[in-house]
Every structure is written in structure tokens, then in C-alpha cells.
Design a protein around this ligand. Structure first.
Ligand SMILES: Cc1ncc(COP(=O)(O)O)c(C=O)c1O
Length: 403
């Protein structure tokens, strides 16, 4: 019998670095260390009660069977209403896809469309899964760096020069994981102007953090900013972040019917429908009261401001104040090349994160995992006292480094 070997496509994929950090933090905790983990990408709030109640009602009503592969009609209608209400986008039911999480929506779209050699433009810093999902779908990621000077946003020139005959998609994520940067309408327009000139390029707009924005920021999405692009745009959103429903696994998208049908074909031979109970809960999430969002965003904003100002007081760290999501992406450039009291050299952001965890028990994710160094990501979806303690420890760690 021959030994195990993984597929060529899987061999190109790296395990999720964010999960690896969380795992390492968990192990140290189990050893009795006092660890603060700021690695996870999920709200620390609970799912709102009215959404939980809708799920209980769905179970009692017997909504416990297989459903239509890409979503129940009631949820598709709630999604159509949401796109109209929030984004001024119009869809029919056959232009809506529901899947087990935003991640599955993106994966289905890539698997449904990519052939070997097809390129996917991914602005960096990027959400860790985009390049690896592209590999799994036999495509080739084309990473385009967006600099800190440009607030981690892709410029029209950089986009233009990344487009080739083989470009199939550009993945556009605003507000961004990992930086929290969100594009204004004018910034999106500068990019959609480029895309109008390249009609073979499709746009995947990942709007997962749409509802988590601060200081009156006006969210916009490419198909809304440039309606001429709607015929080649997949607009993606989900229940995970806005409604604190990460465990329920509901993501959705609106886009051209042939693409939606192809994504349904992928699901019909892989996952089948997303969880029936979660779909009914999501109907309530989308149609129900959204009042809780303002309170939660106010709490997130306070934490963001505290974290940004405390990090900027740390030696060698500089951190900008992003428009949305619950992440900051500080630079640790000033710490690179320095030594810990134990003599370890901070050679890069990965070493910075490792030594910080070992010395002070604060778990963050290093920037190389997101395609742009020397930075690290902090998720501030954690209790305020915990965040304050974590930032104090980061200050202490930075102060302990010697040139
Ligand atoms: C930018 C971005 N897109 C998509 C997702 C996927 O969300 P989920 O699969 O939990 O719905 C995440 C989750 O971390 C994310 O940060």
C-alpha cells in the first residue's frame, strides 16, 4: 500500500496562520500561563436575543430538514430587501446565493469559475483565506501591495498594472480584515473607472464588515458606485460579523444569475444547503431590529481609540486609526533589528509576534500572514480591561527591546 500524499492543489495551501496563533495561545494557557489572545476575528458580543428566539421557533416549527441548495425563499427575499435598503442594489431570487458562511460563498465562486492559470488579483494586506482558496480552486493569486502611506488601500495605477489577459477576478474587501481600512465612494470610483476599461475582469466585493464602521463613515460597494459593473460583480455579505453569528455559518451574495447557478451546482455536490435553523435565524437578523448595532459600534469605537493611542505610545510602534471592522494593523518597523533581554533578535514581524507571546503572553497575528510586513494585527473585539492590559504589556515588551 502506498503512503498518503496530498493533492498538488492542497500542497500549495498553507494552514490558517490565524488559527495557528489561537492554538499556540491556547496551549500556553493550558500550561498555566496568563495569556491574552487578540488573534481571533470574531465579535466578543453574543448573538442578539431576538435572533436566537427565531432559531428556537424554527426548530419547534420543524424547519429541520434539507432546504433548497442555495437558500430558502424567505431568506432570499430578506437578502433582496437588505441589498435594496442598504446598498441600492436590485436582485431577483435567482441572483441570490446563500452558503455556510461568507467563506463558503467566496470558495464556491472561485471553484465555479477558475481554470488553471486564471489569475485573481488580491490587494495586500489581505484576508488570509483569499490566496489559499484561489489555490484550492486551481487559480493563481496575484498579490498587489497597498502601502501604509496609502492607508492600506489599492491605488488605481497598481490595479491597472496588475490586470492581464488572464485576470478573472479582483477581490475587493472593505472594511478590511486585517487593516480595518474602508474605501470611500470616491476611492471606489477611482478603481471602478479602471475596471470599466477591462470587461473580462469580474469583481468580488467582500462586504462582511459593512455594518461595523465609525465616525459617520458612509459605506459603499462597487456595484452601487458603478452600476455598469453590476453584470460582472458578486457582492458578498453575511451574518457572522454584523449579527455576531460566526458559529451559525450563514453567508450570502448577489450577482449575475449564471454565476449564482454555477455556485449552486458546486454546493449541490459538496455541502448541500446551509443549516436550515441558521437560515431562519438569519431571516430575523436581516428583517428584524438593528438597534443593537449602534451600541455595539460605540463600544468597538471606544476600544479602537484606546488601542490606537496606547499602541502609539509604545517604542517602535506606529498605528493608524482605521474606519471600520474591529482590527488595527500597527507597524512594528521600529522594533525590527532590536534584541530581547534574552538575546533573541527581532528579525521580522513573525519574530516580533513570537517574542511578544513568549515574553508577555499577548497573542497577535504577524503581518507576513496577511501579505504585508512589518506589521501585526490586533483584533479589538475583546473586553476593554483585557485590551488595556494587553496594550500595557506591548508597551512593556517594546520598552524591553535594545538596539
Ligand atoms: C474579510 C472576511 N471575509 C469573509 C469572512 C468569512 O466569514 P464567515 O465565513 O465566518 O461568514 C471573514 C471572516 O473572518 C472575513 O474576515
Amino acid at each position: 500500500m502506498s503512503g498518503f500524499s496530498q493533492s498538488d492543489a492542497l500542497a500549495r495551501v498553507k494552514p490558517s496562520p490565524t488559527l495557528a496563533v489561537t492554538q499556540r495561545a491556547r496551549e500556553l494557557k493550558a500550561e498555566g500561563r496568563d495569556i491574552i489572545s487578540l488573534g481571533a476575528g470574531e465579535p466578543d458580543f453574543d448573538t442578539p436575543q431576538h435572533i436566537k428566539d427565531a432559531a428556537k421557533k424554527a426548530i419547534d416549527a420543524g424547519h429541520t430538514k434539507y432546504t433548497a441548495v442555495d437558500g430558502i425563499t424567505e431568506l432570499k427575499d430578506a437578502i433582496i430587501a437588505k441589498f435594496k435598503r442598504d446598498n441600492d442594489l436590485s436582485f431577483e431570487r435567482n441572483e441570490i446565493s446563500v452558503a455556510p458562511g461568507g467563506k463558503a460563498v467566496i470558495y464556491n465562486a472561485l471553484v465555479a469559475t477558475l481554470n488553471p492559470g486564471d489569475e485573481v488579483i488580491i490587494p495586500a494586506p489581505y484576508w488570509v483565506s483569499y490566496p489559499d482558496m484561489t489555490y484550492l480552486a486551481s487559480g493563481t493569486p496575484v498579490v498587489v501591495k497597498a502601502s501604509a502611506e496609502n492607508h492600506f488601500k489599492l491605488t488605481p495605477d497598481a490595479l491597472e498594472s496588475a490586470i492581464t489577459d488572464k485576470t478573472r477576478w479582483i477581490i475587493f474587501n472593505s472594511p478590511s480584515n486585517p487593516t480595518g481600512a474602508a474605501y470611500s465612494k470616491a476611492e471606489i470610483e477611482a478603481l471602478t473607472d479602471v475596471l470599466l476599461r477591462h470587461d473580462h475582469v469580474w469583481i468580488m466585493a467582500d462586504d462582511m464588515y459593512e455594518h461595523i464602521v465609525y465616525d459617520g463613515f458612509q459605506f459603499a460597494t462597487p456595484a452601487q458606485v458603478e452600476p455598469k459593473l453590476a453584470e460582472r460583480t458578486l457582492t458578498i455579505n453575511g451574518a457572522s460579523k454584523a449579527y455576531a453569528m460566526t458559529g451559525w455559518r450563514i453567508g450570502y451574495a448577489g450577482g449575475p444569475a449564471p454565476l449564482i447557478k454555477a455556485m449552486s451546482k458546486v454546493m449541490s455536490q459538496s455541502t448541500s444547503n446551509p443549516c436550515s435553523v441558521s437560515q431562519w435565524a438569519s431571516v430575523e437578523a436581516l428583517n428584524g431590529d438593528h438597534g443593537f448595532l449602534a451600541d455595539r459600534n460605540a463600544a468597538f469605537r471606544e476600544r479602537r481609540d484606546m488601542v490606537v493611542s496606547m499602541l502609539n505610545e509604545a517604542d517602535g510602534i506606529s498605528c493608524s486609526r482605521p474606519e471600520g471592522a474591529f482590527y488595527v494593523y500597527p507597524s512594528c518597523e521600529g522594533a525590527i533589528g532590536k534584541k530581547t533581554p534574552g538575546g533573541a533578535v527581532i528579525e521580522n514581524d513573525e519574530a516580533f509576534a513570537k517574542e511578544l507571546l513568549d515574553a508577555e503572553g499577548v497573542a497577535v497575528v504577524f503581518g507576513a500572514a496577511f501579505g504585508l510586513s512589518p506589521f501585526f494585527r490586533i483584533s479589538y473585539a475583546a473586553a476593554t480591561e483585557e485590551l488595556k492590559e494587553a496594550c500595557t504589556r506591548i508597551q512593556k515588551f517594546c520598552a524591553s527591546l535594545k538596539a
